[in-house]
Design a protein around this ligand. Structure first.
Ligand code: S3P
Length: 432
């Protein structure tokens, strides 16, 4: 499906965005190993989270809708003991790296025989970052030369200490999930802070988990084989989806938008600080703090100026960089993104995708190995943009498209369903 967007429009209104995708994956998986029945409101409707739900059902966890909530009949950590001996199940993770990495950790820990596969994009994404450390601690898990398919069979896992070499919440979480099945205390250390939803959810579920903050990063100390209390939560709106409306409102003239009940966790909402530093008129009203901070975000059109992001900031804005790039096209001066080579192994090579997108609209961008430099305030022109099947690139292109005179085509735009089904309808409803 191609999407046509007519520019020059403003953004006005008040919207909710779908439930946070990262928290939803974790709620489905941890709900599945909790001891009892979990009730989740506001679960993400994304295709990625559907992939996790389908995989969990396939390993025998009942998941269904009741009275507008998602009900998960947890198996219990020890309940997996009986499941070790059957023939391997094949789990298709579609486009979802989070499904593949998190389930590799969970199933390795539970010694649940399985084969994980994915679509052509996911089959090209690195799996060694989880397969190698899990192998070192006694899991029987193999990859296809560092990629999917990944095969898991019964291993003998021992308590471990592991320092995660890439700043990745997926790797951290995969190891924490494995540790939940290991008798004894394991320690996972990250040197750059990444999203902490797993840790927060395990605290809520009475898991035996402690966070030890270090000068750089933190250690998570987990004692396994403890049964977890089921979840009863409402998932806040996804800041990584909200960001496309935030960026659109900042750069489109005469705009004002309110995004309601959005996740404001510091490890995810840092993009708001970056936009404020660029001169963005953004006001946040905190409306809750536990287990995750959430609130309303009011954004008005602003005259942005360029900024530099890098180092410890990158993991905190990793999924928002495509939207930042689009906003940077309208900022005065240069916006520099460095230390973000991880973008090259996302759903597509996002550095290349951003470079092609900005150039497609007639903007000025220099490609760096680990980022890019955008020289803003040129007048973009309508374009034909190839989404490369990458949801965040398709939505990032719509920010620029709304702001150029004329009609832009976004090719293969249906990929937005991966994180935000109905994105273009919501965008249309607030574009005037
Ligand atoms: C995610 C972590 C990040 C992020 C991805 C979701 C998660 O990936 O880019 O969209 O839910 O843990 P990495 O862990 O690979 O950095």
């Amino acid at each position: 499906m191609d999407k046509f967007i007519e520019g020059k429009r403003s953004i006005k209104g008040c919207i909710d965005v779908p439930g946070d995708k990262s928290i939803s994956h974790r709620a489905v998986i941890l709900g599945g190993i909790a001891h009892g029945i979990s009730n989740i409101a506001g679960l993400s409707t994304s295709q990625d989270v559907k992939s996790t739900i389908e995989a969990m059902r396939k390993i025998g966890i009942p998941i269904y809708e009741k009275y507008g909530k998602t009900v998960i009949e947890g198996n219990g950590v020890t309940g997996f003991e009986q499941k070790k001996k059957h023939a391997p199940v094949e789990l298709y993770c579609r486009n979802s790296g989070t499904t593949a990495r998190l389930l590799t950790g969970l199933l390795s820990g539970a010694c649940f025989p399985a084969r994980l596969t994915g679509d052509s994009s996911l089959m090209k994404r690195p799996m060694n970052r989880v397969v190698e450390p899990l192998g070192e601690i006694g899991a029987r898990v193999t990859s296809n030369d560092g990629y999917l398919p990944v095969d898991i069979s019964e291993g003998t896992l021992v308590p471990f200490e592991y320092r995660v070499p890439v700043a990745s919440a997926q790797v951290k979480t995969a190891l924490i999930f494995a540790a939940l099945f290991i008798g004894g205390t394991s320690i996972v250390t990250e040197s750059k802070e990444t999203r902490d939803h797993t840790e927060r959810m395990l605290v809520l579920m009475d898991g035996d988990i402690k966070n030890k903050h270090l000068i750089q990063g933190k250690s998570i100390i987990i004692s396994g084989r403890k049964e977890l209390t089921p979840l009863d939560i409402t998932i806040p709106g996804d800041i990584s989806s909200a960001v496309f409306f935030i960026a659109s409102a900042l750069v489109s003239p005469s705009s004002e938008i309110i995004l309601q009940n959005v996740l404001l966790n510091r490890t995810r909402a840092h993009i708001l600080e970056v936009f404020k530093r660029m001169g963005g008129d953004i006001k946040v009203e905190l409306r809750g703090d536990f287990p995750e901070p959430l609130g309303n975000i009011r954004v008005k059109s602003s005259c942005l100026k360029g900024t530099t992001v890098g180092g410890v900031e990158i993991p905190l804005i990793i999924d928002e960089i495509p939207a930042l790039a689009s906003a940077a096209c309208f900022a005065k001066g240069d916006t520099v993104v460095r230390g973000a080579s991880e973008l090259r192994v996302k759903e597509s090579n996002r550095i290349k995708g951003i470079v092609d997108m900005v150039r497609g609209f007639g903007g000025k961008i220099e490609e760096l190995e680990d980022g890019f430099i955008i020289s803003g305030k040129k007048h973009p022109v309508p374009a034909q943009i190839e989404s490369q099947g990458d949801h965040r690139l398709a939505m990032a292109a719509s920010i620029i498209a709304l702001n150029v005179k004329g009609k832009t085509t976004i090719k293969n735009a249906h990929c937005v369903d991966i994180s935000f089904p109905g994105y273009f309808d919501v965008l249309e409803s607030v574009s005037v």
